[in-house]
Ligand binder design. Structure first.
Ligand SMILES: C[S@@+](CC[C@H](N)C(=O)[O-])C[C@H]1O[C@@H](n2cnc3c(N)ncnc32)[C@H](O)[C@@H]1O
Length: 311
């Protein structure tokens, strides 16, 4: 269903051990989770979160029966503290977040994530959310669309694409992934620009998905809570798939690995910031050649790991 990326690297760096408490904040179809469950054994506990009901239902039917010590909850990881608290877990030896969409989500046309399939412009990982890609395209102002395509997609034709969307949406609504992908392709053709290695609609689809799921906002809320939840020496590993997320993780880890964060011109510390973690991966870990051959999706995966120091 889904090939877990950087599986051996995650195990080596989070080093789950017999009897420990772990949290998989994006359990998906349970690939990493099952490897962690084997390592922590029946005396350990694994709390698994996912915001996608389909993943949760699948896990309850397929993984939970084998592991009574697996607790599964449909939730956004931005609520990790509240959920852990409700489940009576207040300190974890390890936390993993493997963020982004699963290949299962990507391959289901009706979820609307892929420009290669024709489906509704949905893109919600959590179907209980109201905002869909279709709503964004029909309701957001032109400037807001430009901002999203620029910020979250680094799309070079952001302005022209937003203008084309606004021009056609009065007469014909944008309802399918195919219509949107074609609109992007036509915009490039009109400018005489050719297709490179990646599909022309890649960045627009990525940008919409990030906005629909508030992906960066959730990540920013998750990181401080995850560090709070770690026991001394506990480890947090985050796998990201695009540069914006990786930047957020890298900068947050750097900040938490420092003591005072006052600007250099302030002679005496006023922030009171304390070093809370040690960075275990100076550079992000990426997929090996073997993994890249087996699973092209691992191409953009980056794993960063920290270890909690002190309380
Ligand atoms: C790449 S897959 C995880 C795959 C999993 N590690 C495995 O080995 O099968 C990412 C999963 O994270 C979930 N997800 C993404 N963002 C989330 C968030 N903010 N909160 C909870 N789940 C999230 C998605 O629904 C998806 O199922």
């Amino acid at each position: 269903m889904h090939k877990s990326v950087l599986l051996q690297e995650v195990l080596a760096h989070l080093s789950p051990k017999e009897g420990e408490v772990f949290i998989d904040a994006t359990i998906g179809f349970g690939g990493h989770a099952e490897a962690i469950l084997r390592a922590i054994g029946p005396k350990g506990t694994l709390l698994g979160l996912d915001q996608d009901q389909e993943a949760v239902d699948w896990l309850k039917a397929n993984l939970a029966p084998k592991y009574p010590n697996l607790i599964i909850e449909k939730a956004n990881f931005s609520q990790i503290s509240e959920i852990a608290d409700r489940k009576g877990l207040n300190l974890a030896s390890g936390i993993l977040a493997d963020i982004g969409v699963s290949s299962y989500q990507l391959d289901q046309p009706e979820r609307g994530f892929s420009f290669r399939e024709n489906g509704p412009l949905d893109m919600r990982m959590d179907k209980d959310r109201e905002l869909t890609a279709e709503k964004i395209l029909s309701d957001y102002g032109e400037e807001d669309l430009v901002g999203i395509f620029q910020r979250y997609g680094e799309e070079r034709l952001s302005k022209t694409i937003a203008r084309e969307i606004v021009a056609i949406r009065g007469s014909k609504s944008l309802k399918t992934t195919k219509t949107l992908a074609e609109l992007v392709e036509k915009t490039y053709q009109k400018k005489g620009l050719k297709r490179g290695k990646i599909h022309l609609a890649t960045q627009v689809f990525q940008a919409l998905r990030i906005e629909v799921n508030d992906e960066l906002g959730s990540l920013e809320k998750f990181l401080p809570q995850a560090i709070d939840l770690l026991a001394t020496d506990g480890r947090l590993g985050v796998i990201t798939f695009h540069s914006m997320e990786d930047r957020i993780v890298k900068q947050y880890f750097k900040k938490e690995a420092k003591g005072c964060i006052c600007p250099p011109e302030i002679p005496k510390c006023q922030c009171g910031h304390e070093k809370r973690v040690k960075i275990l991966t100076k550079k992000p870990i990426t997929a090996s050649k073997e993994e890249l051959n087996e699973n092209p999706r691992s191409r953009s995966a980056k794993l960063r790991v920290i270890q909690k120091i002190g309380k």
